[in-house]
Design a protein around this ligand. Sequence first.
Ligand code: SF4
Ligand code: SF4
Length: 110
Amino acid sequence: MTSADELKKRREKEALRIRTSLNRQRSVQHSNTKGGENTVAFVEERLCIGCDQCDIVCDDDAIELYKVDMRSPLMNVESNRKARIIRDACTGCRLCVLACPTDAITMIDR
Ligand code: SF4
Ligand code: SF4
């Protein structure tokens, strides 16, 4: 069974992998994405699959996940997670936009 320490180490390793990958893409995508202190990230709930990637890369604790009921009767899962942005904590760095696999996050004006 996986211990809490092992899980923590795995999570840190995964965060490093994602960060390294993002840094590679960053120079290209960063310039195409609006960002900075006058912007804030916004999650379109419909597109969010609760994968946690945005939360892993956010250095500012500006993302939290909350539970929602599953809407599909075809899947045997009681609840799913969605991400939401804590507006005051968001610095507009755009990392979550680059990390999101479903393009659920956009940057909007504050
Ligand atoms: S833009 Fe940056 S600070 Fe804001 S939620 Fe995304 S990763 Fe966190
Ligand atoms: S990375 Fe995208 S899909 Fe995954 S939890 Fe964050 S907003 Fe949702």
